[in-house]
Design a protein around this ligand. Sequence first.
Ligand code: NAD
Length: 419
Amino acid sequence: MPIEREHCHCQDNQRHFLERAFESLQLKAAERELLLASFRETTVSIPLRPLGTDDSDICTYTGYRVQHNHARGPFKGGLRFHPSVNLGEIRALAQLMTWKTALLNIPFGGAKGGIAVDTNHLSPHALEILTKHFVQKMAPLFGVHHDIPAPDVGTNPQVMAWILEEYSKNHGYTPGIVTGKPPELGGSAGRLQATGHGVAFLTEQVAADMSLPFADASIAIQGFGNVGSHAARHLAEMGARVIALSDIRSGVICDAGIDIERAQRHVAETGWIEGLSGTDPISNAELLELPCDILIPAAIEATINCDNADAVQACMVVEAANTPVTHMAEMTLRDRGITLVPDLLANAGGVLVSYYEWVQNLQESPWDLDTVLQRLEQRLGQVYEQVRDHSRQRQSDLRTAAYELAIGRVSQAMALRGY
Ligand code: NAD
């Protein structure tokens, strides 16, 4: 697939989506500027000498934390450890968190951070040291009521545990400083499956509104990591037929429906989805163009773009990943009458359960899994109804409606606080 500018910049795509909402809300240039401005952008250098080597082997990594907006509550957002991390990408993702927390109406603002690093080239011990040095430099920004990091691409509950340990050295045991922790350290039940569970729940809700018979629906999912696998599992539990799955290497298809538990075991044993018994091989490109009812991109950004949007055959696309559909592809899908459930809503289950984790930490009282999932579904259902009703009222698409609601709440909080 040729690499074009359109494919590469999640910040460009988001900017287009935002501009559309700004236009429809008739915001003045100064208001737009204020809404887009970061509160603070911090860049740090983190020198790391691999164990057992001399000084000349020192590598200097760059770490970022962009705190976009905290009009509605403490900054909240994940940490991404990936070679492609840069300030522009982190800034766009921090803004996305502001709109996501506002759409959910939870008392958080938006932030994002990360380190430009290929974690595949670091030993677990080196990763621990890198994480702890990052926290030492960023600690003045963090705080239970200031800024609360969480996992993102390349980070996981173990990394969150190291963040908790490093922060607690100077502040006492403070589990509420970070979410997505292991349950043994105050992590919430259900946090791992929260995003995928929310994706599956919302898919069913939107399908019902489209009068799409869910029990017969055929679903293709690109990406079988945290989000894709939990979404697949819950969709199958709800009776849908997941006919295709993929990972970065390749995909598999079975028209009768894939046994998701078996697929998870196969990936745990072999590392990849390919070779899953009872399925035929398929490429990622073929998966996106399959004749199916629902397509769920749950891998990386811009996988549905101007090269393949014309070939999508599903009648509904659910953005489980962040920005998997480019703004140009979105126009094509809309012209073709395909319903798109935007990332802002579709994958919001993760930060919602992060909020529940923070609440449990502040209350020093854990909730059980049923309580977490029940509250997740209740809140996501309410938010979807608000977005759907707003889009009908304004005769706009779901993404613009979601942005309008979120921007309205942030603007109101900023005005009340006298920004
Ligand atoms: P993950 O790393 O656990 O899984 C990603 C999956 O996508 C893997 O199966 C990987 O092999 C596959 N993949 C990677 N590159 C690919 C490519 N070029 N083509 C096809 N498949 C590819 O990540 P995740 O946590 O499941 O996150 C997936 C997406 O969801 C990301 O966009 C992330 O930002 C977004 N998201 C995640 C969460 C969360 O709670 N994990 C919350 C909100 C949004």
